[in-house]
Design a protein around this ligand. Structure first.
Ligand code: SF4
Length: 372
């Protein structure tokens, strides 16, 4: 058995997004007072907008139908202009929709890449197109910047599965055992742990601690994947991603039976029997790199559905088979809400400074980990 013990709620029992104790939700007023509200730009679709946005449409033409572009284009134009006016940057996760990922984002990537960009970004305002814990991570690393999330209800079933109090109980139960938290956790949880990790560096982080046993939270499947690769004994929390947990080994076998040459690449938040069917397992950034390097003719990316669209825009010759599982929280972020964020400075992410300082230590310890 790769996992030594596991604790926690059954997957899916926690609400998808739990408000962070200690964090304030001041609404748009505080940020708007600091930076000022701007007039809402024109959202008219006309020939000039079509001409100016044509190069951006060319990037997404394979995945965004032409009939939809007249709706997106005025927002894309307005957001790109407002970013300059506000000295703002947009960080977009790989699971954002193609018109966000390809047409308005300044930096794209997985949680680790976004955390690194957030730590060196030179802007007054960060707009985080992703879920709430990602925006919190940006705020933790950029306490003096205004961090906005276009919809603060964008939660995560993993982050919602565990609280800071749960971590304190685990520490009492296993005194002296170091605690690793996947970045898919609230600031309050990050404040209680020794170090954070992402799916890119989870193994490296666990082994960097030099401990015989490690508490790994909150994703039971990522914990199990790491446990299968290391001699370190893993004590896992029983959280799960509601998107990756839906994939089954049976459905992948059916796809493979229909095309034995099909390549299957999977995210380690999937259950172990799903990973057993995969030709490659890795983070979203790892999966994208794998496709770039190997150029398969047909591939399934066993992860959130939009990522295949985003990679398809870059690699139009590859056929992506899409067993489409969408993350409802990621999909709360839309172009109209991003525009509202930039105009009205909402919704600002605010974290209790004492919690943020302790959480920063855990995130920075991860970000500063030297590659082995
Ligand atoms: S895909 Fe899963 S882990 Fe990612 S934000 Fe959605 S619920 Fe959370």
């Amino acid at each position: 058995m790769p996992i030594l013990q596991s604790f926690g709620p059954a997957a899916g029992t926690a609400p998808a997004h739990r408000p962070v104790p200690g964090a304030q939700e001041p609404g748009p007023a505080a940020a708007a007072r600091r930076h000022g509200v701007l007039p809402m730009p024109s959202l008219e679709w006309n020939e000039q907008v079509a001409r100016e946005t044509a190069p951006l449409y060319a990037r997404v033409a394979k995945v965004v139908p032409a009939v939809e572009w007249p709706f997106f284009a005025p927002y894309v134009k307005a957001i790109n202009a407002l970013k300059k006016e506000r000295n703002a940057v947009i960080l977009a996760h790989n699971y954002q929709t193609p018109e966000i990922y390809n047409c308005v984002a300044d930096f794209v990537g997985d949680s680790l890449q976004l955390a690194r960009e957030a730590s060196k970004v030179d802007a007054d305002i960060i707009v985080q197109c992703g879920v709430h814990f990602m925006a919190e991570t940006s705020k933790i690393l950029n306490p003096d910047k205004t961090v906005l999330i276009p919809d603060s209800r964008a939660g995560c079933s993993l982050a919602a599965s565990i609280t800071g109090a749960d971590v304190r109980v685990l520490r009492e139960k296993f005194p002296g055992v170091p605690v690793v938290a996947y970045v898919n956790t609230s600031a309050e949880v990050k404040a209680e742990v020794d170090i954070c990790c992402t799916s890119s560096n989870a193994l490296e982080v666990v082994e960097s601690l030099g401990a015989e046993r490690v508490i790994f939270l909150p994703d039971q499947y990522l914990a199990s994947y790491v446990a299968s690769l290391t001699k370190v004994k893993i004590i896992a929390w029983k959280g799960a991603c509601e998107v990756h947990e839906r994939f089954t080994a049976d459905e992948l076998r059916r796809y493979r039976d229909g095309d034995p040459a099909l390549q299957i690449i999977a995210h380690p938040e999937c259950p172990p029997d799903v990973l057993a069917e995969a030709d490659y397992t890795g983070s979203t950034a790892g999966m994208i790199d794998w496709v770039r390097r190997n150029r398969p003719s047909r591939v399934i990316m066993v992860t959130e559905c939009s990522m295949a669209d985003n990679v398809q825009a870059e690699l139009p010759d590859i056929e992506f088979v899409r067993p489409c599982n969408l993350c409802p929280h990621m999909k709360r972020i839309t172009l109209p809400k991003i525009l509202d964020s930039l105009v009205y400075l909402k919704e600002e992410v605010v974290i209790d400074p004492a919690i943020a300082a302790r959480a920063r230590r855990s995130v920075e310890r991860m970000v500063n980990l030297r590659p082995s």
